[in-house]
Design a protein around this ligand. Sequence first.
Ligand SMILES: [Zn+2]
Length: 229
Amino acid sequence: MNYIDYSDHFGVDGFNAFISYRDQDYANLTNRKVFTTNLGFDVNELVIPNQVHSKRVKMVDSACLLKETDGVISNVKNVVLSIQVADCIPLFLFNPISHQFGMIHSGWRGTAQCIGPNAIHIMETYGDNAKDVMAIIGPSIGQCCFEVGPEVTAQFDRTYSIKGKNDRMMLDLKNIVKDQMLANGLLGKNILVDNQCTCCEKEYFFSYRRDGQETGRMVAISGWRQSSF
Ligand SMILES: [Zn+2]
């Protein structure tokens, strides 16, 4: 299998959430579309944001290519959401009552700008209650490998970093995002954290930190499979 299936966490028949492994570079749109089709989604309904580490989240109701967007939300059953990652957090959101769902790219820059909370607020604007929203923090760089400078740790509470070499610090991005979700009304039992570190697990994941700019990207996808319509 070339992906991880998180659908069971959400627990609603027909709604699915996946992230690819590193078998191919999913920044390549052809690869992304083939993967989408193979998972049983309608590739003609695929939403693809052009990610720029912003806090911008858009509500979408049809397939599109979005400029300068790092989060997408939909409440339309045939829409399929995707984002690409290689160390940054893929944040899956789903409300099993309203069926509103989202895919958020939350690296340290987006996290510092509160892109996750921004997405929750938009879901609330469209009628959701945050206590019903479920979240998955997907595979991403762990505190074991996320060495950063003081300019990055200064963006977050000190309790999220521990000392590294010299003036370097090790940042716990997964717990920052989890706490952002809790602070914005999600319940702890509704949040799943995948503790796999993309930088440590070379066999399975691309890592920008480990392999540099030329690394590939995994793709995270959520939506309803065609067979569930
Ligand atoms: Zn690691």
